[in-house]
Design a protein around this ligand. Sequence first.
Ligand code: NAD
Ligand code: 4TP
Length: 330
Amino acid sequence: MIAVTPGEPAGIGPELVCRYASENSTPLVAIASQALLESTCQALDIDLVLEPFDPTQAVTNKPKTLYVLDVPLAVPTTPGQLNASNAHYVLRTLEIATDYCLDGTFEALVTGPVQKSVINDAGITFSGHTEFLCERSQCERVVMMLATEGLRVALATTHLPLKDVPNAITAELLESIISILHHDLVSQFGIAQPRILVCGLNPHAGEGGHMGREEIDVIEPLLTKLRSQYQWHLTGPLPADTLFTPKHLKQADAVLAMYHDQGLPVLKYKGFGNAVNITLGLPFIRTSVDHGTALDLAGKGIADLGSLKTAITYAEAMIEATHTQQATST
Ligand SMILES: NC(=O)c1ccc[n+]([C@@H]2O[C@H](COP(=O)([O-])OP(=O)(O)OC[C@H]3O[C@@H](n4cnc5c(N)ncnc54)[C@H](O)[C@@H]3O)[C@@H](O)[C@H]2O)c1
Ligand SMILES: N[C@H](C(=O)O)[C@H](O)COP(=O)(O)O
Protein backbone atom coordinates (compact mmCIF):
# COMPACT_ATOMS: atom_id res chain seq x y z
CA MET A 1 0.00 0.00 0.00
CA ILE A 2 1.16 3.50 -0.80
CA ALA A 3 0.26 6.46 1.40
CA VAL A 4 -0.01 9.93 -0.03
CA THR A 5 -0.03 13.24 1.82
CA PRO A 6 -1.44 16.07 -0.32
CA GLY A 7 0.51 18.67 1.70
CA GLU A 8 -0.48 22.32 1.98
CA PRO A 9 -4.31 22.42 1.90
CA ALA A 10 -4.41 25.74 0.03
CA GLY A 11 -1.95 24.57 -2.64
CA ILE A 12 -2.28 22.31 -5.67
CA GLY A 13 -1.57 19.09 -3.74
CA PRO A 14 -5.18 18.12 -2.89
CA GLU A 15 -6.45 18.56 -6.45
CA LEU A 16 -3.49 16.69 -7.94
CA VAL A 17 -4.06 13.73 -5.62
CA CYS A 18 -7.80 13.64 -6.44
CA ARG A 19 -7.20 13.98 -10.18
CA TYR A 20 -4.54 11.26 -10.10
CA ALA A 21 -6.83 8.86 -8.22
CA SER A 22 -9.68 9.58 -10.60
CA GLU A 23 -7.53 8.89 -13.68
CA ASN A 24 -5.30 6.01 -12.48
CA SER A 25 -5.89 2.69 -10.80
CA THR A 26 -2.94 2.50 -8.37
CA PRO A 27 -4.59 2.11 -4.95
CA LEU A 28 -3.62 5.03 -2.73
CA VAL A 29 -4.40 5.97 0.83
CA ALA A 30 -4.61 9.73 1.29
CA ILE A 31 -3.79 10.95 4.77
CA ALA A 32 -5.71 14.18 4.68
CA SER A 33 -8.90 15.99 5.48
CA GLN A 34 -11.88 14.12 4.00
CA ALA A 35 -13.83 17.41 3.90
CA LEU A 36 -11.03 19.10 1.95
CA LEU A 37 -10.87 16.26 -0.59
CA GLU A 38 -14.66 16.24 -0.94
CA SER A 39 -14.83 19.98 -1.56
CA THR A 40 -11.90 19.76 -4.01
CA CYS A 41 -13.67 17.07 -6.05
CA GLN A 42 -16.91 19.02 -5.98
CA ALA A 43 -15.33 22.33 -7.01
CA LEU A 44 -13.34 20.80 -9.88
CA ASP A 45 -15.92 18.22 -10.90
CA ILE A 46 -13.56 15.30 -10.25
CA ASP A 47 -15.21 11.89 -10.48
CA LEU A 48 -13.90 10.09 -7.40
CA VAL A 49 -15.22 7.93 -4.56
CA LEU A 50 -13.62 8.62 -1.18
CA GLU A 51 -13.57 5.45 0.93
CA PRO A 52 -12.63 5.40 4.61
CA PHE A 53 -9.31 3.62 5.15
CA ASP A 54 -9.23 0.76 7.65
CA PRO A 55 -5.62 -0.11 8.57
CA THR A 56 -6.63 -3.70 9.36
CA GLN A 57 -7.91 -4.31 5.82
CA ALA A 58 -5.90 -4.42 2.59
CA VAL A 59 -7.01 -1.86 0.03
CA THR A 60 -8.22 -3.12 -3.32
CA ASN A 61 -7.63 -1.87 -6.80
CA LYS A 62 -10.93 -0.09 -7.49
CA PRO A 63 -11.14 2.44 -10.29
CA LYS A 64 -11.94 6.05 -9.39
CA THR A 65 -11.43 5.36 -5.69
CA LEU A 66 -9.23 7.06 -3.14
CA TYR A 67 -8.94 5.61 0.35
CA VAL A 68 -8.85 8.28 3.02
CA LEU A 69 -7.49 8.34 6.52
CA ASP A 70 -9.26 11.45 7.75
CA VAL A 71 -7.26 14.15 9.50
CA PRO A 72 -9.48 17.17 10.10
CA LEU A 73 -8.36 20.66 9.12
CA ALA A 74 -8.19 23.27 11.88
CA VAL A 75 -10.03 25.81 9.70
CA PRO A 76 -11.60 25.56 6.23
CA THR A 77 -9.31 26.62 3.37
CA THR A 78 -9.61 28.72 0.25
CA PRO A 79 -7.35 27.65 -2.65
CA GLY A 80 -4.36 29.95 -2.94
CA GLN A 81 -4.78 31.51 0.52
CA LEU A 82 -2.36 30.32 3.17
CA ASN A 83 -3.55 30.08 6.75
CA ALA A 84 -1.03 29.35 9.50
CA SER A 85 -3.84 27.82 11.58
CA ASN A 86 -3.60 24.71 9.37
CA ALA A 87 0.16 24.23 9.85
CA HIS A 88 -0.37 21.67 12.62
CA TYR A 89 -2.78 19.79 10.33
CA VAL A 90 -0.06 19.50 7.66
CA LEU A 91 2.46 18.18 10.15
CA ARG A 92 -0.08 15.80 11.68
CA THR A 93 -0.66 14.19 8.27
CA LEU A 94 3.10 13.70 7.93
CA GLU A 95 3.44 12.28 11.44
CA ILE A 96 0.66 9.75 10.88
CA ALA A 97 2.02 8.78 7.46
CA THR A 98 5.56 8.34 8.79
CA ASP A 99 4.45 6.26 11.75
CA TYR A 100 2.38 3.96 9.53
CA CYS A 101 5.37 3.57 7.18
CA LEU A 102 7.63 2.78 10.11
CA ASP A 103 5.27 0.08 11.41
CA GLY A 104 4.98 -1.46 7.93
CA THR A 105 1.33 -0.58 7.24
CA PHE A 106 2.46 1.31 4.13
CA GLU A 107 5.35 0.32 1.90
CA ALA A 108 5.92 3.80 0.60
CA LEU A 109 5.02 7.41 1.20
CA VAL A 110 4.45 9.87 -1.63
CA THR A 111 4.26 13.47 -0.48
CA GLY A 112 2.59 16.46 -2.07
CA PRO A 113 4.07 19.92 -1.64
CA VAL A 114 4.07 21.80 1.64
CA GLN A 115 4.54 25.54 2.16
CA LYS A 116 7.56 25.69 4.45
CA SER A 117 7.07 29.39 5.21
CA VAL A 118 3.55 29.07 6.62
CA ILE A 119 4.61 26.24 8.93
CA ASN A 120 7.36 28.50 10.27
CA ASP A 121 4.87 31.39 10.49
CA ALA A 122 2.89 29.18 12.86
CA GLY A 123 5.92 29.10 15.15
CA ILE A 124 7.14 25.63 14.15
CA THR A 125 10.71 25.22 12.99
CA PHE A 126 10.48 23.29 9.74
CA SER A 127 12.85 23.20 6.80
CA GLY A 128 11.38 20.42 4.66
CA HIS A 129 9.98 16.89 4.49
CA THR A 130 13.50 15.49 4.17
CA GLU A 131 14.65 16.84 7.52
CA PHE A 132 11.27 16.13 9.16
CA LEU A 133 11.23 12.49 8.04
CA CYS A 134 14.86 12.03 9.11
CA GLU A 135 14.05 13.22 12.62
CA ARG A 136 10.73 11.38 12.94
CA SER A 137 12.37 8.13 11.79
CA GLN A 138 15.29 8.69 14.16
CA CYS A 139 17.82 8.47 11.34
CA GLU A 140 21.18 10.10 11.81
CA ARG A 141 21.23 11.27 8.22
CA VAL A 142 19.29 10.93 4.99
CA VAL A 143 19.99 12.12 1.44
CA MET A 144 17.82 14.21 -0.87
CA MET A 145 18.09 13.01 -4.46
CA LEU A 146 16.04 14.28 -7.38
CA ALA A 147 15.79 12.23 -10.54
CA THR A 148 14.47 12.63 -14.04
CA GLU A 149 15.04 10.69 -17.26
CA GLY A 150 18.83 10.59 -17.73
CA LEU A 151 19.89 12.48 -14.59
CA ARG A 152 20.04 11.90 -10.83
CA VAL A 153 21.24 14.67 -8.55
CA ALA A 154 21.86 14.14 -4.83
CA LEU A 155 22.64 16.96 -2.43
CA ALA A 156 25.30 17.13 0.28
CA THR A 157 23.39 19.93 2.04
CA THR A 158 19.68 20.60 1.69
CA HIS A 159 17.66 23.53 3.03
CA LEU A 160 20.52 25.58 4.40
CA PRO A 161 21.22 29.30 3.96
CA LEU A 162 24.04 29.67 1.43
CA LYS A 163 26.28 31.40 3.98
CA ASP A 164 26.21 28.24 6.15
CA VAL A 165 27.11 25.81 3.38
CA PRO A 166 30.94 25.98 3.47
CA ASN A 167 31.11 25.15 7.17
CA ALA A 168 28.67 22.29 6.71
CA ILE A 169 30.85 20.60 4.08
CA THR A 170 32.91 18.33 6.32
CA ALA A 171 34.55 14.98 5.62
CA GLU A 172 32.18 13.35 8.12
CA LEU A 173 29.10 14.74 6.34
CA LEU A 174 30.34 13.82 2.88
CA GLU A 175 31.33 10.31 3.92
CA SER A 176 27.87 9.55 5.27
CA ILE A 177 26.09 11.18 2.32
CA ILE A 178 28.19 9.28 -0.23
CA SER A 179 27.76 6.03 1.71
CA ILE A 180 23.95 6.35 1.75
CA LEU A 181 23.86 7.40 -1.90
CA HIS A 182 26.09 4.50 -2.95
CA HIS A 183 24.16 1.99 -0.86
CA ASP A 184 20.74 3.03 -2.16
CA LEU A 185 21.82 3.23 -5.80
CA VAL A 186 22.73 -0.44 -5.40
CA SER A 187 19.75 -1.58 -3.32
CA GLN A 188 16.91 0.57 -4.66
CA PHE A 189 18.04 1.18 -8.23
CA GLY A 190 19.84 -2.09 -8.99
CA ILE A 191 23.10 -0.40 -10.07
CA ALA A 192 25.85 -2.87 -9.17
CA GLN A 193 28.75 -0.42 -9.22
CA PRO A 194 27.41 3.13 -9.12
CA ARG A 195 29.49 5.83 -10.79
CA ILE A 196 29.18 9.07 -8.86
CA LEU A 197 30.41 12.47 -10.02
CA VAL A 198 31.16 14.86 -7.16
CA CYS A 199 30.95 18.63 -7.62
CA GLY A 200 33.43 21.02 -6.12
CA LEU A 201 32.04 23.75 -3.91
CA ASN A 202 33.79 26.78 -5.37
CA PRO A 203 33.95 28.23 -8.88
CA HIS A 204 36.21 26.03 -11.02
CA ALA A 205 36.50 23.63 -8.09
CA GLY A 206 38.58 26.17 -6.25
CA GLU A 207 41.06 26.91 -9.08
CA GLY A 208 43.90 25.10 -7.34
CA GLY A 209 43.14 26.77 -4.01
CA HIS A 210 43.00 30.32 -5.36
CA MET A 211 39.18 30.45 -5.22
CA GLY A 212 38.55 28.47 -2.06
CA ARG A 213 40.19 25.53 -0.33
CA GLU A 214 37.30 23.13 0.48
CA GLU A 215 38.22 20.95 -2.52
CA ILE A 216 41.85 20.58 -1.42
CA ASP A 217 41.25 20.40 2.32
CA VAL A 218 38.05 18.32 2.51
CA ILE A 219 36.55 16.87 -0.66
CA GLU A 220 39.58 15.44 -2.50
CA PRO A 221 41.15 13.71 0.56
CA LEU A 222 37.79 12.15 1.43
CA LEU A 223 37.23 10.87 -2.12
CA THR A 224 40.76 9.44 -2.18
CA LYS A 225 40.10 7.66 1.12
CA LEU A 226 36.76 6.19 -0.03
CA ARG A 227 38.20 5.05 -3.36
CA SER A 228 41.06 3.23 -1.71
CA GLN A 229 38.91 1.81 1.10
CA TYR A 230 35.94 0.58 -0.97
CA GLN A 231 37.02 0.84 -4.64
CA TRP A 232 33.98 3.02 -5.28
CA HIS A 233 33.75 4.85 -8.61
CA LEU A 234 33.95 8.42 -7.40
CA THR A 235 35.06 11.18 -9.76
CA GLY A 236 35.78 14.68 -8.59
CA PRO A 237 35.74 17.21 -7.21
CA LEU A 238 34.81 18.55 -10.65
CA PRO A 239 33.89 22.13 -11.54
CA ALA A 240 30.09 22.13 -11.36
CA ASP A 241 29.63 24.35 -14.42
CA THR A 242 31.10 21.79 -16.82
CA LEU A 243 30.22 18.64 -14.88
CA PHE A 244 26.62 18.91 -16.09
CA THR A 245 27.54 18.28 -19.72
CA PRO A 246 26.97 15.10 -21.76
CA LYS A 247 30.65 14.18 -21.83
CA HIS A 248 30.69 13.71 -18.04
CA LEU A 249 27.07 12.70 -17.48
CA LYS A 250 27.17 9.79 -19.89
CA GLN A 251 29.71 8.18 -17.57
CA ALA A 252 27.70 8.69 -14.41
CA ASP A 253 24.80 7.17 -12.49
CA ALA A 254 24.43 10.13 -10.16
CA VAL A 255 25.87 13.54 -9.40
CA LEU A 256 26.52 14.77 -5.88
CA ALA A 257 26.06 18.55 -5.64
CA MET A 258 27.31 20.41 -2.62
CA TYR A 259 24.20 22.54 -2.15
CA HIS A 260 20.56 22.92 -3.22
CA ASP A 261 20.90 25.51 -5.98
CA GLN A 262 24.08 24.02 -7.39
CA GLY A 263 22.28 20.85 -8.45
CA LEU A 264 18.53 21.38 -8.56
CA PRO A 265 18.29 24.13 -11.20
CA VAL A 266 20.03 21.81 -13.67
CA LEU A 267 17.77 18.89 -12.76
CA LYS A 268 14.62 21.01 -12.96
CA TYR A 269 15.69 22.65 -16.22
CA LYS A 270 16.00 19.17 -17.67
CA GLY A 271 12.94 17.57 -16.14
CA PHE A 272 10.58 19.90 -14.25
CA GLY A 273 7.17 18.29 -14.33
CA ASN A 274 8.57 14.81 -14.86
CA ALA A 275 11.01 14.59 -12.01
CA VAL A 276 10.85 13.04 -8.57
CA ASN A 277 12.35 13.89 -5.22
CA ILE A 278 13.49 10.81 -3.28
CA THR A 279 14.70 10.56 0.30
CA LEU A 280 17.48 7.98 0.51
CA GLY A 281 18.52 6.36 3.78
CA LEU A 282 15.08 6.19 5.41
CA PRO A 283 13.75 2.85 6.68
CA PHE A 284 10.94 3.15 4.12
CA ILE A 285 10.45 4.46 0.59
CA ARG A 286 9.59 8.14 0.22
CA THR A 287 9.13 9.96 -3.04
CA SER A 288 7.71 13.40 -3.74
CA VAL A 289 6.81 15.85 -6.44
CA ASP A 290 9.47 18.13 -7.96
CA HIS A 291 7.38 21.27 -7.51
CA GLY A 292 5.98 23.41 -4.74
CA THR A 293 2.51 24.51 -3.70
CA ALA A 294 1.94 26.68 -6.83
CA LEU A 295 -0.56 28.90 -5.00
CA ASP A 296 -1.08 30.83 -8.26
CA LEU A 297 -2.64 27.71 -9.83
CA ALA A 298 -4.50 26.27 -6.83
CA GLY A 299 -8.19 25.61 -7.28
CA LYS A 300 -8.07 26.05 -11.07
CA GLY A 301 -7.64 22.40 -12.03
CA ILE A 302 -4.85 23.22 -14.49
CA ALA A 303 -1.73 22.19 -12.56
CA ASP A 304 0.33 19.54 -14.30
CA LEU A 305 0.03 15.98 -12.92
CA GLY A 306 3.33 14.80 -14.42
CA SER A 307 5.52 14.95 -11.36
CA LEU A 308 2.97 13.29 -9.06
CA LYS A 309 2.66 10.48 -11.62
CA THR A 310 6.45 10.19 -11.73
CA ALA A 311 6.65 10.13 -7.92
CA ILE A 312 4.09 7.32 -7.71
CA THR A 313 5.73 5.36 -10.55
CA TYR A 314 9.11 5.60 -8.79
CA ALA A 315 7.57 4.50 -5.48
CA GLU A 316 6.07 1.44 -7.19
CA ALA A 317 9.38 0.59 -8.89
CA MET A 318 11.28 1.00 -5.63
CA ILE A 319 8.82 -1.27 -3.81
CA GLU A 320 9.36 -3.85 -6.55
CA ALA A 321 13.17 -3.51 -6.29
CA THR A 322 13.01 -3.94 -2.52
CA HIS A 323 10.91 -7.10 -2.87
CA THR A 324 13.36 -8.49 -5.43
CA GLN A 325 16.30 -7.74 -3.14
CA GLN A 326 14.57 -9.38 -0.18
CA ALA A 327 13.75 -12.45 -2.28
CA THR A 328 17.33 -12.85 -3.50
CA SER A 329 18.83 -12.37 -0.06
CA THR A 330 16.66 -15.11 1.55
N1 NAD B 1 7.89 18.84 -2.22
C1 NAD B 1 7.66 19.97 -1.56
O1 NAD B 1 7.06 19.99 -0.50
C2 NAD B 1 8.10 21.28 -2.18
C3 NAD B 1 8.93 21.33 -3.32
C4 NAD B 1 9.31 22.55 -3.82
C5 NAD B 1 8.89 23.73 -3.21
N2 NAD B 1 8.09 23.63 -2.09
C6 NAD B 1 7.56 24.82 -1.41
O2 NAD B 1 6.51 25.35 -2.22
C7 NAD B 1 6.38 26.74 -1.95
C8 NAD B 1 6.33 27.52 -3.24
O3 NAD B 1 7.58 27.37 -3.90
P1 NAD B 1 7.97 28.00 -5.29
O4 NAD B 1 7.04 29.12 -5.61
O5 NAD B 1 9.43 28.24 -5.25
O6 NAD B 1 7.80 26.82 -6.32
P2 NAD B 1 6.50 26.22 -7.05
O7 NAD B 1 6.96 24.92 -7.64
O8 NAD B 1 5.33 26.18 -6.15
O9 NAD B 1 6.18 27.25 -8.23
C9 NAD B 1 7.16 27.63 -9.18
C10 NAD B 1 6.48 27.84 -10.54
O10 NAD B 1 6.14 26.58 -11.09
C11 NAD B 1 4.74 26.51 -11.38
N3 NAD B 1 4.29 25.16 -11.03
C12 NAD B 1 4.56 24.47 -9.90
N4 NAD B 1 3.97 23.28 -9.91
C13 NAD B 1 3.32 23.19 -11.09
C14 NAD B 1 2.50 22.19 -11.70
N5 NAD B 1 2.26 21.00 -11.08
N6 NAD B 1 1.97 22.45 -12.91
C15 NAD B 1 2.22 23.60 -13.54
N7 NAD B 1 3.00 24.60 -13.02
C16 NAD B 1 3.52 24.39 -11.81
C17 NAD B 1 4.09 27.56 -10.49
O11 NAD B 1 2.87 28.00 -11.02
C18 NAD B 1 5.17 28.63 -10.45
O12 NAD B 1 5.08 29.43 -11.61
C19 NAD B 1 7.58 27.10 -1.06
O13 NAD B 1 7.15 27.14 0.29
C20 NAD B 1 8.54 25.96 -1.26
O14 NAD B 1 9.39 25.74 -0.18
C21 NAD B 1 7.69 22.45 -1.57
N1 4TP C 1 14.20 20.89 -2.22
C1 4TP C 1 13.01 20.39 -2.79
C2 4TP C 1 12.82 20.94 -4.17
O1 4TP C 1 13.36 21.98 -4.47
O2 4TP C 1 12.07 20.35 -4.94
C3 4TP C 1 11.81 20.81 -1.99
O3 4TP C 1 12.03 21.97 -1.29
C4 4TP C 1 11.16 19.76 -1.19
O4 4TP C 1 12.00 19.29 -0.19
P1 4TP C 1 11.42 18.27 0.86
O5 4TP C 1 11.12 17.00 0.13
O6 4TP C 1 12.50 18.11 1.85
O7 4TP C 1 10.21 18.91 1.44
